[in-house]
Design a protein around this ligand. Structure first.
Ligand SMILES: C[S@@+](CC[C@H](N)C(=O)[O-])C[C@H]1O[C@@H](n2cnc3c(N)ncnc32)[C@H](O)[C@@H]1O
Length: 227
């Protein structure tokens, strides 16, 4: 029997998520992962421009679960693509706001994507996803090294689902806004370990305010806590 979903979501939204994850996996199966150009190159971006490369569904569900657990209301997503993981972030934040009894409670998912065509597809997907995630997402189109320099608020959670050379720059930009106990998740940390050297050295340094654990998800998924 399939395990239950942790999501508080309508059947429409659950069905929609199933569909977009399946589209993403179909695309990924056709990518020749062994002969890709360097992630810093235009050639790499050209190949990825029409691809979801969505965070796996089980990882998205875990992220949602963590957001509900830590009561996250301000979330930053580095790497939005067609907006699949953003839906989980927005749904969890919306649920956390609903649970809050104070009249002023607000939630925000700051999503950022450098490719305008991908950002536009993401917006369409959020409309298709429906009203449960309405009014929560603050989409910033452009290079995160510019879009994440201001107006972040106090950040509860950061998702690093980004080309690996951008992971450490994104963390450094968001770090001044992290609240104690904030959680950062980074994807593919075992599969792409060789490319995460700078991030790991920074997070694992002796005087670092971060602690991390690698979770046994496909390709590795790191959970980093800001102490
Ligand atoms: C793995 S995908 C994100 C998938 C998304 N989180 C999801 O689950 O649907 C990474 C995305 O980061 C974007 N990206 C790469 N470099 C970026 C940068 N410097 N600033 C903003 N976005 C960037 C890419 O265009 C790509 O769409």
């Amino acid at each position: 029997m399939a395990p239950p979903t942790p999501l508080n979501a309508s059947s429409h939204l659950l069905e929609f998520l199933k569909t977009v994850h399946s589209q993403s996996l179909t695309q990924e199966a056709k990518v020749d992962w062994h002969s890709l150009p360097d992630q810093r190159s235009d050639a790499f971006d050209n190949i990825m421009r029409d691809k979801f490369i969505a965070l796996d569904q089980d990882k998205c569900e875990l992220v949602y679960h963590i957001l509900r657990t830590i009561n996250a209301k301000t979330v930053v997503e580095a790497g939005t693509s067609f907006g699949v993981s953003t839906i989980y972030l927005a749904l969890a934040v919306a649920e956390n706001v609903k649970r809050d009894t104070s009249a002023t409670a607000k939630g925000r998912v700051i999503a950022t994507e450098k490719e305008p065509s991908k950002a536009s597809e993401a917006q369409k997907n959020w409309e298709r996803a429906g009203t449960e995630i309405e009014g929560v997402i603050d989409l910033r189109v452009g290079d995160l090294r510019e879009t994440l320099t201001k107006d972040l608020g106090v950040v509860d959670f950061l998702l690093l689902d980004i080309w690996t050379p951008l992971a450490l720059p994104a963390l450094k930009l968001v770090q001044p806004y992290l609240r104690p106990g904030a959680v950062i998740m980074a994807d593919n940390t075992v599969k792409a370990a060789a490319n995460y050297g700078e991030l790991f050295a920074y997070v694992d340094a002796l005087d670092s305010p971060f602690r991390r654990v690698t979770l046994p998800y496909e390709g590795g998924l790191d959970m980093i806590v800001y102490q």
